[in-house]
Design a protein around this ligand. Structure first.
Ligand SMILES: Cc1cc2nc3c(=O)[nH]c(=O)nc-3n(C[C@H](O)[C@H](O)[C@H](O)COP(=O)(O)OP(=O)(O)OC[C@H]3O[C@@H](n4cnc5c(N)ncnc54)[C@H](O)[C@@H]3O)c2cc1C
Length: 530
């Protein structure tokens, strides 16, 4: 079958065919990076479909009504060969699509999904649920040589199905992309207010399956808090949980599937907690002479019970790279949003705390109404959502650019930073840049986030694994989590196994054997194969 889309997604990189970083952004990145990394940057051409070698599909033909849902074309198989980590990009630009699945299925209904899972069970074929394919830890990457693999693309199971305006709930199908969700909620005056950086190309089902984190710093920014109930199809049958505002009736069924990363079944839809669209905004940008001062101010703000919608702390380099600042100071971007309540007094209280810790707030960097966002916050936001397009271009120029994130209690943030830098100093990075920001804040801790940029060594794949391993060890040794919001996938499965209690891990494996007795669901992701 052929799936027609108004816009065709690139089979090798981020976003749609023909959409890329602007020439001006590229020129700026090129000259900045040449200065930083030395030498000139030469861009290779992106791979083209006809250059890539592909093994024939080893999946047997399905009965005709199911075969009609299955696409074995090179474009779809290559387009589902991997996720969107730097490692994936580096492989793709070199034309290595050896992980391509045998076929891609596009179910449109729950019954079609049930039939596809039953066919896959008979064939002992691995099934990989695929939302937007923006996984960065191997969540959608097939393992070859272990039997046939079917990628199960949910794009035809999309859209807002029902809205309960009074309860502020919306029933949404799993394959709904971020922009599609917001466009369909808008006429109701509603928004999910969940904006991961991958928003444009990731899906509701993917967010739930990976416990995604939106870009707001506090409050209900994790998808976990926004799911009221969900429906799942597993190889052993289907289930749907009840939508309730709260319940004390035993362990929550949803919680077993939120974060299950396709290893237990396919999430088909969810009732999501939505919000009236914000009408008021206010923001301020605070400068600090050091990250330590910024961290103390940020901690004091949240521990005083003030929860800014956005509270992003950028070190000098992050401020420079994102275009939010000139690199001469650290920046704290503070913002509040509401659909009615006036948060200006809370912004003033947060600014007062920031000032008491040495923060400087130029008057032009405070906005209360009408738009409420100052220029610094605006340029940061647009750079944030543009970054993945730029990263494709960097990969074509052999520049390594990857991000690493975790969460730790406040008392461990600085020790973690020392450990991360020490771990990197043992690697052969050559000239490089390491930028840090704090993406999410809690009363008891925060989520530090690092961006590493250097030149690609001869083997970018091995290098990616080496850096990932070194930083994960450093993070775990300082009491951090393997991931705050980028999911576990295959790459962090063994690290995650070390961070959860053994009995819990065994209980989850036992649950998998009930829901997925032939172990066909995303083998190796989250849990070991078999
Ligand atoms: C540039 C970039 C920026 C990112 N920024 C963020 C960010 O700000 N916050 C954040 O949390 N993450 C971020 N990510 C990671 C990624 O976007 C998230 O993990 C996202 O939630 C994945 O959604 P998706 O629809 O693309 O899922 P996919 O990548 O398609 O799948 C991810 C995992 O979920 C499983 N899955 C997908 N759909 C279903 C379903 N319906 N049922 C069961 N399992 C399913 C897959 O099998 C896989 O294991 C970023 C990634 C990139 C490349």
């Amino acid at each position: 079958m052929e799936v027609s889309l108004l816009q065709t997604r690139k089979f090798w990189g981020w976003g749609y065919e023909g959409v890329s970083a602007s020439p001006a952004q590229l020129e700026m990145a090129k000259s900045g990076l040449s200065a930083l990394l030395g030498g000139t940057l030469v861009r290779r051409e992106p791979p083209s479909l006809d250059q890539v070698q592909l093994e024939p599909s080893s999946l047997s033909s399905a009965p005709s009504q199911l075969e009609a849902l299955i696409d074995r074309s090179p474009r779809e198989r290559l387009g589902h060969a991997m996720g969107k980590s730097y490692r994936d990009l580096a492989r793709a630009v070199r034309g290595d699509f050896s992980t391509a699945p045998d076929a891609v299925a596009f179910p449109a209904s729950e019954q079609e999904l049930v039939d596809l899972l039953s066919f896959a069970s008979e064939q002992r074929c691995s099934v990989i649920p695929y939302g937007g394919g923006t996984s960065v830890h191997g969540g959608v990457t097939p393992t070859r040589g272990e039997g046939p693999v079917l990628s199960l693309d949910l794009r035809r199971m999309s859209g807002v199905v029902e809205v309960d305006r009074e309860s502020l709930l919306a029933r949404v199908r799993a394959g709904t992309l971020g922009p599609e969700l917001e466009a369909q909620l808008k006429p109701h005056g509603l928004s999910l207010r969940h904006f991961p950086q991958s928003f444009e190309h990731s899906t509701v089902g993917g967010w739930i399956a990976t416990r995604a984190g939106g870009h707001f710093a506090t409050g209900p920014t994790h998808i976990d808090d926004l799911v009221a109930s969900l429906a799942v199809v597993t190889p052993s049958g289907s289930l749907a949980t009840r939508r309730l505002p709260g319940s004390g009736a035993g362990p929550q069924a949803e919680r077993m599937f939120i974060g299950s990363e396709g290893a237990l079944g396919v999430i088909t839809e969810a009732w999501l907690r939505v919000f009236p669209r914000p009408t008021r905004r206010c923001s301020a940008t605070v400068r600090f002479s050091s990250m330590n001062a910024g961290l103390t101010a940020l901690r004091s703000i949240v521990q005083a019970g003030i929860a800014p919608t956005n509270a992003r702390l950028l070190d000098n380099l992050e401020a420079l790279l994102s275009g939010a600042g000139s690199g001469d100071s650290c920046l704290l971007l503070l913002a509040f949003e509401s659909a009615g309540v006036d948060f200006a007094p809370l912004l003033e209280a947060a600014c007062e705390i920031a000032r008491s810790h040495g923060g400087l707030i130029p008057a032009e960097h405070v906005r209360v109404q009408p738009g409420g966002r100052d220029d610094t916050a605006d340029s940061y936001k647009s750079a944030f959502f543009r970054a993945p397009y730029l990263r494709d271009e960097l990969a074509l120029m052999d520049v390594f650019a990857e991000t690493y994130e975790t969460a730790v209690p406040w008392s461990k943030v600085e020790a973690l930073d020392v450990a991360v830098r020490a771990a990197l100093s043992t690697l052969k990075l050559g000239p490089h840049a390491l930028a840090r920001r704090i993406t999410h804040v809690y009363r008891d801790g925060c989520a530090p986030y690092y961006t590493l940029i250097c030149r690609n060594p001869a083997d970018p794949d091995a290098f990616w694994l080496e850096v990932k391993h070194a930083l994960t060890e450093a993070i775990l040794s300082e009491g951090g989590t393997a991931t705050h919001h980028h999911a576990v996938g295959k790459e962090l499965a063994s690290a995650w196994a070390r961070e959860v209690p053994t009995l819990f891990y065994q209980a989850l494996r036992a649950a998998k054997s009930v829901l997925d007795p032939n172990a066909i669901m995303n083998p190796g992701v989250l849990l070991p194969r078999g």
